[in-house]
Design a protein around this ligand. Structure first.
Ligand code: ADE
Length: 246
């Protein structure tokens, strides 16, 4: 997958995209990520990239010219065979979730536009952007951290990025439920013991325990998720038992 990020702060991405699983994916050429500094494209002799909002009000707005020109440079460098999705990170966008990550992971190329200050001139959104995405109902100082969140969630779904052991198949949201708890050595840590079933070697029992724990945790912490999850008759019975025990 090709990822291009238009930002005023490319240095913010260095560690996140250059460490651990994302760095390994880049080395394996599964991910080709580049950050482009919007400021490099400004026509303003003082390198200004923002201005006061028309109509007044607090804060500065990023001007359209360097955004349009840096975007054009990216499109030209990609060539005509590539048909990217252009994503603007904003609290006004569609809420991001695992389903949205799965859809984006099927794309060949994503271009992120990160706003800062009060955001970007609306004409850049109207003319360039295909998807406006929010990572939650709160306001951050810019779109950089949200873009990193989306890149991370999407990149790990690209085939080959995660090893077998890291595979996401059983994780939270994959099955529509929150994940069961994990334990590792030692078996007894300062008197706190690992649940016995996990050391029994009985894989059927372990699977049943994990599914039950997933159901319990989801019921307790995010009951809303149960509405969208296909449950077996046995699982419906477990949920009923949990409800009855309240
Ligand atoms: N920019 C600022 N806040 C944001 C949010 N919650 N989601 C996406 N982009 C943002």
């Amino acid at each position: 997958m090709i990822v291009r990020v238009l930002t005023l702060f490319p240095e913010m991405f260095k560690n996140t995209l250059g460490t651990s699983i994302l760095q390994r994916a880049r080395e394996k050429a599964l991910l080709d990520i580049e950050c482009i500094n919007i400021r490099d494209y400004t026509d303003n002799k003082h390198k200004k990239v923002d201005d006061y909002p028309y109509g007044g009000g607090a804060g500065m707005v990023m001007t359209p010219q360097p955004i349009f020109d840096s975007y054009k440079a990216v499109i030209n460098s990609l060539g005509s065979a590539i048909n990217p999705k252009t994503i603007y990170m904003s609290p006004k966008g569609k809420p991001f979730n695992q389903q949205a990550a799965e859809a984006l992971a099927k794309e060949d190329c994503l271009i992120f536009i990160c706003g800062h200050y009060e955001g970007i001139d609306q004409r850049a959104i109207d003319y360039l952007v295909t998807d406006e995405i929010s990572i939650g109902d709160y306001v951050l100082t810019g779109g950089e951290i949200p873009a990193m969140v989306v890149i991370d969630a999407v990149a790990r779904l690209i085939p080959g990025v995660l090893s077998q052991e890291e595979s996401y198949q059983e994780e939270s949201f994959y099955s529509g439920l929150l994940e069961y708890p994990h334990y590792t050595r030692p078996r007894d840590f300062r008197g706190m013991e690992v649940p016995e079933v996990l050391t029994s070697g009985d894989h059927k029992k372990i699977d049943n325990w994990r599914r039950r724990k997933s159901l319990e945790i989801t019921f307790k912490k995010r009951p809303d998720l149960l509405k969208n999850t296909k449950l077996t008759a046995k699982e419906v019975k477990i949920i009923q038992e949990l409800k009855d025990s309240l």
